[in-house]
Design a protein around this ligand. Structure first.
Ligand SMILES: NC(=O)c1ccc[n+]([C@@H]2O[C@H](COP(=O)([O-])OP(=O)(O)OC[C@H]3O[C@@H](n4cnc5c(N)ncnc54)[C@H](O)[C@@H]3O)[C@@H](O)[C@H]2O)c1
Length: 440
């Protein structure tokens, strides 16, 4: 298959058309080969080899999106032009270093272990953080790792917590997080919610006295492999203005719904109640970019687009985001045994410090047959995807779709991370005597 590099790299419809043709052709070849029982990995290698031989880094991405189970490419890729453009946006910038995700997981685990975290927990936290990076949520993936380890070394975070269930019933539980890493208490709580949902149909679990759990989706997604809907939320330090106010009073509380589909990636809602995450403000600062107007106020309560002057976030969607922040705060805060974020000032008892978490898992099969549910979600996704884009948009995506595309591409071709992000990890590794595995 001959591919002209210049035409592949050109923007616009020709590019999209080329992708589309290669896709159809490859899919066609797949169909034929399936008939004569040639395994897919062989074809994938061949396709990648051909593409690389012709000097294009983009076409091998097609192989990345092959769905082994369904033996087809993700339908998103069959949309040609816009998909080609989206894929180009995932390529590294000159400020990035591309690392292997598995090596990063192992490296992250070594850093936690060097700080005294037992291997099982260290592996689990590093895994969840790198998965977060692979979804493109760099603000809440391994960039936070150095801060967590320093929290352990400084005595704020307990590396060897004794997680205990202090109250429970058939469908609920409450966990003492014992000042653990948030991912450790989060995984424990979600797994407890899943176990309860297996018999009760639903399991709801709160955890108190734990810490930052990164991206809300990381632990919400644990429910998916059990055919369940996962929900997670967390309290967060005061950093958002109440609607009509200008001081840091409300938590930028994140929450996530992970909803399984049948052949599509899950619908993944993962958002905080501020108009942006603080970590995203940090990302813009890192890349030397301005903020979007309406994100933050400065110390005097005036709007600014300068990430260095950002003092307080505004609530997402005005009064609605403010209301949502208080609603999820009630779950992860007072219901889980913590104080409400707005009351986090002055002397706070040790077991009320840090973050509160709240999870629920819904066992779909208890309500309707799992296949019936997931097929309907697939149909919903297909309808959304084929709905006409508004002016200025290439295509309609569903929540979680772009994240799934990034995950597929970066786990295969390497994860681009900002140099300063990696430098922060390298500095910590130097202090702990852990060897760094990347160059540059
Ligand atoms: N642990 C904490 O204390 C804390 C606090 C704040 C934020 N966070 C995390 O920060 C991350 C970022 O939060 P955010 O509020 O900035 O979210 P965001 O604005 O990046 O995304 C919000 C949601 O919109 C969806 N979305 C975005 N673009 C889309 C498109 N073109 N089409 C369809 N859907 C699209 C995403 O899939 C996501 O579900 C989240 O992972 C959140 O959990 C954590």
């Amino acid at each position: 298959m001959e591919i002209d590099r210049r035409s592949v790299e050109r923007n616009g419809s020709r590019d999209g058309l080329l992708f589309y043709c290669v896709l159809l052709l490859t899919d066609y070849v797949c169909t034929i080969l399936r008939g004569i029982k040639v395994s897919y990995p062989a074809l994938k290698e061949e396709a990648c080899y051909n593409c690389l031989r012709h000097g294009s880094y983009k076409v091998p991405l097609l192989a990345t999106f092959y769905n082994e189970k369904e033996r087809s490419f993700l339908p998103a890729l069959k949309n040609g032009v816009s998909t080609a453009k989206i894929l180009m946006n995932f390529k590294p910038t000159d400020q990035d270093i591309v690392v292997n995700a598995d090596e990063l997981k192992s490296f992250g685990s070594q850093l936690y272990q060097a700080a005294g975290v037992p291997q099982t927990d260290a592996d689990a936290v590093a895994h969840l953080q790198v998965e977060t990076d692979l979804h493109g949520i760099h603000s809440h993936g391994t960039r936070a790792l150095a801060g967590y380890v320093r929290g352990i070394l400084g005595g704020r975070i307990n590396p060897t917590p004794n997680l205990t269930v202090v109250r429970e019933g058939p469908a609920f539980g409450r966990v003492n997080g014992d000042r653990s890493l948030g991912h450790v208490a989060g995984k424990f709580s979600m797994e407890l919610a899943i176990e309860k949902a297996k018999t009760a149909g639903i399991g709801a679990v709160g955890a108190y006295a734990t810490n930052h759990f990164g991206a809300a989706s990381a632990t919400a997604m644990l429910a998916l492999e059990h055919g369940m809907i996962g929900f997670s939320t967390s309290t967060s330090g005061p950093g958002v203005a109440p609607f009509g106010g200008k001081t840091r009073v409300v938590g930028n509380n994140p929450f996530s719904y992970a909803i399984p589909a049948k052949t599509e990636p899950p619908i993944l809602l993962d958002m905080a109640c501020g108009v942006s995450a603080w970590g995203r403000v940090g990302t813009r600062r890192l890349y030397g970019e301005r903020l979007t107007t309406g994100w933050v106020l400065d110390e005097e309560g005036k709007e600014t687009d300068d990430p260095n002057k950002a003092h307080v976030l505004l609530p997402m969607g005005g009064a609605k985001g403010y209301a949502l922040a208080l609603a999820v705060d009630a779950l992860a805060g007072p219901l889980s045994g913590m104080i409400a974020t707005v009351n986090q000032a002055g002397d706070v008892p040790l077991d009320k410090q840090g973050s509160g978490l709240f999870y629920y898992a819904i066992n779909i099969d208890s309500f309707v047959p799992l296949d019936e549910f997931t097929e309907e979600i697939d149909r919903e996704i297909h309808k959304l995807r084929s709905s006409p884009p508004a002016d200025g948009f290439d295509q309609v995506y569903f929540p979680g779709e772009l994240e799934a595309m990034k995950h597929a591409q970066w786990s295969q071709n390497g994860l681009p991370l900002h140099r300063d992000h990696l430098q922060g990890l390298a500095d910590l590794a130097g202090e702990l005597g852990v060897p760094v595995f990347w160059n540059g």
